[in-house]
Design a protein around this ligand. Structure first.
Ligand code: DC
Length: 218
């Protein structure tokens, strides 16, 4: 078993930014499980399947083979043999992932991949149910959150810096809806594990959050 650090929290809390930096400092592999759900979402979108059509989603999930490779330490996500990493970070893929990830068969599809990575390597794995479900015996568990306002502001800044047009109110609404879906679903809902350390980054700098988590690690 590798050394396992689990980071869960809502969309936009900064999990991936923080996890990448902790990984670098501690020499862990960063495993982004949201990207796995997004890869399946890309497949559903490419096939033109409606998120509400559970039967078709389950059938398509069976056909979709998601795998992960690390190239220069950076996670690359493959879908049926093709690299889809550049297609994952769109709002469309995020929303499709959020709408289809409650389906148990979809979660089941990614379980072995997540377990095997944690077994074989020292990882910092981020997601929604890592500390509660996937790695219940993780060496360190963190629940990283921030207010809706903070998360929406960060997302707005990120998108405008990329030159993309966006609306703050829309982003905030999207975040609230995503939180609602991720937290209220029956299968593996987003919640803080009992033994997770709560880190609210609303009024913290990135390096303060990284330091806090690094101190929890061996
Ligand atoms: O972290 P993210 O925004 O890339 O995740 C996209 C969606 O995938 C998120 O809304 C919920 C789902 N997800 C999940 O259900 N379980 C995980 N461990 C990671 C992501």
């Amino acid at each position: 078993m590798g050394y396992n650090v689990a980071i869960d929290g809502p969309a936009g809390a900064g999990k991936s930014t923080i996890a990448k930096l902790v990984a670098k400092e501690k020499g862990y592999i960063y495993v982004d499980t949201g990207a796995m759900y997004r890869a399946l979402a890309v497949y559903f979108l490419e096939k033109g399947i409606d998120a509400g059509d559970t039967k078709q989603i389950i059938a398509a999930a069976r056909e979709a083979e998601v795998s992960i490779r690390y190239e220069d330490g950076v996670q690359q996500v493959y879908l049926n043999g093709g690299n889809v990493t550049s297609k994952l970070r769109t709002e469309e893929a995020g929303n499709m992932a959020s709408m289809t990830s409650p389906i148990p068969e979809v979660r089941e599809r990614l379980l072995e991949l997540q377990h095997s990575l944690a077994r074989e390597m020292d990882v910092i794995m981020d997601g929604r149910d890592i500390g509660t479900n996937i790695l219940p015996n993780a060496d360190v568990k963190v629940y990283l959150t921030a207010s809706v306002e903070t998360r929406a502001k960060r997302r707005y800044k990120e998108l405008t810096e990329k030159g993309l047009e966006c609306d703050y109110e829309e982003i905030a609404k999207d975040i609230q809806e995503r939180d609602m879906r991720d937290m209220s679903r029956e299968t593996a809902p987003l919640k803080q594990a009992e033994d997770a350390v709560l880190v609210d980054s609303s009024n913290m700098t990135i390096s303060e959050v990284v330091d806090t988590i690094v101190k929890l690690c061996r």
